[in-house]
Write a protein that binds this ligand. Sequence first.
Ligand code: ZN
Length: 168
Amino acid sequence: MKQGIPKQIKLFKFAFRSLIFSQTYKVKDLPRIRDLVSNQDSTVDVKLSFNLEYGRIPCIKGEIKLDLALTCQRCLDEVKLHLEPKFQLAFVQNEQQGEELDSSFEMILSTEDEFSTIEFITDEVLISIPMTPMHGYECVSYQNTQLINKQKRENPFAILEQLKTTKE
Ligand SMILES: [Zn+2]
């Protein structure tokens, strides 16, 4: 049976019971991400399933679906990205334990048994965001002049600011 995701992940307990959760969040619920994007009210669908491998290694298999409106690093306009990070994590106590698992698992060396769900989801989303988000087309070649004009208009004091700093 599917149920909403608790605020705290209790790793061993959830894995022991093979629990499956799903929940829809908003982008603004994700700390560290909400300030990077302009689509705060967009939905974030999360599915997490827990299980114990070999009866003792807790694992989380997850799938997140979301859209993020980020700033294009080429033209500085908005760029919408659809992200679907999927992950299969095994929480091992030591490296030897990890050697028993097959390579489809990403190993997390951790002794922490309880952690914040929203921080965990945020981490997985952050990893999936490209380092330099950009439009899939040559956005800057024809927007170059437009962009410079726009910047001047939005920032009328930039020039004054420059003059001030040169005087000092
Ligand atoms: Zn662009």
